[in-house]
Design a protein around this ligand. Structure first.
Ligand code: HSE
Length: 350
């Protein structure tokens, strides 16, 4: 079955998705009967195109790799034509809008307005944007339900490593009582480099920025705001909470130094920036803080930019997953996995 897709934002994540769609086109068709048609793209820097018949993904990727813009797909050397994303979302004939613009954890905008527009004009939405998911998940999922649409957010936590789909399918029937883990790759990378290679904090952070793990403003990573957004999302989606970032106790890693890290290690412990949320009765308490974990804890063994989560469930006890938390292909995959989930459900109706 064909699915028409519109991309709002065509940066790293959008291009990661397009690369996978190009690379796995035959497999996705043979294995799942999935035939994506990209009918619209709008990007603040790279221009906009509406292609109702579906664009040639390989041709577009070649343009972008050559430093050209999206709107040169039709006219090489064209001056940038940036369609208002709200107009494009309304006008395009997409079944699904992939909202892939930048994250603003303070306001959730402009992404939240784009998502609302899509849901109000009959389009399913998938996003890896933490802003709308952390600040407006309840409202947006309600709007989706009212319109009989899907709103999926796999890529907001641990990129394409399955978190929400795991809980929705693999752990269905369990009550999740606590979720605890390492949700920020930058800080885990910095702590690992300080311990294993004796790097200074600033040097390790600069390397994390160079490798593309850190947020545009790395304060969001090192002061714990990024992990706060993610634990809010987990609290609200998996534990049924209504938390906002202000409800989460927060401490970053800036007070840690190499001396503390080395001493902890000699005593059989390792510092990790731990995000945690727990439900007791109707109350949900969430925090982000550096914790000294015994080396026997599965989370203590997670090094580098990797993320990990331990779910405490009523039927299955504790289950820990570890995997990528960021990356072009990894986050692009999160969008594909959500689109495939929608495709499965729509196909089942036929
Ligand atoms: N800056 C984030 C991290 C990127 O380091 O984990 C993924 O959300």
């Amino acid at each position: 079955m064909e699915l028409k897709i519109g991309l709002v934002g065509c940066g790293t994540v959008g291009q990661g998705l397009l690369e996978i769609l190009d690379r796995k086109r035959d497999y996705l068709k043979d294995a799942y009967g999935f035939e994506p048609r990209i009918v619209a793209i709008t990007d603040k820097l790279k221009g906009s195109i509406l292609v109702p018949e579906g664009l040639d993904i390989r041709k577009l990727l070649a343009l972008l790799a050559g430093g050209k813009r999206v709107d040169e797909y039709f006219r090489e050397g064209a001056t940038a034509e940036i369609m208002d994303p709200l107009d494009m979302i309304e006008k395009c004939e997409a079944d699904v809008i992939a909202e892939l613009t930048y994250t603003d954890i303070k306001t959730g905008e402009p992404a939240t307005s784009y998502i609302k527009k899509a849901l109000r004009t009959g389009k399913h939405v998938v996003t890896s944007n933490k802003g709308p998911a952390a600040l407006h998940y309840g409202e947006l999922s309600k709007l989706a339900k009212q319109n009989n649409l899907h709103f999926r957010i796999e890529g907001t936590v641990m990129s394409g490593t399955p978190v929400f789909s795991l809980c929705e399918s693999g752990l269905a029937g369990n009550e999740i009582r606590e979720v605890k883990g390492i949700l920020n790759g930058t800080t885990n990378f910095v702590l690992s480099k300080m311990e294993l290679e004796g790097m200074e904090y600033a040097e390790a952070l600069a390397l994390a920025q160079k490798l593309g793990y850190a947020e545009a403003d790395p304060t969001a990573d090192v002061e714990g705001y990024d992990a706060v957004a993610k634990i809010v999302i987990l609290s609200n989606v998996l534990l049924g909470g209504e938390l906002t970032p202000a409800d989460v106790k927060r401490e970053g890693i800036t007070a840690l130094n190499r001396g503390l890290i080395v001493t902890a290690k000699e005593q059989g412990f390792r510092y990790k920036l731990i995000a945690q949320t727990r439900k007791s009765g109707a109350k949900i308490e969430a925090s982000v803080s550096p914790q000294k974990l015994p080396l026997s804890d599965p989370l203590a063994g997670v090094m580098g930019a990797q993320n990990a989560l331990t779910f405490d469930t009523d039927l299955m006890g504790k289950i820990t997953i570890q995997g990528a938390g960021a990356g072009k292909i990894e986050t692009g995959y999160s969008i594909l996995s959500d689109i495939l989930a929608i495709h499965r459900r729509l196909s089942a109706k036929f």
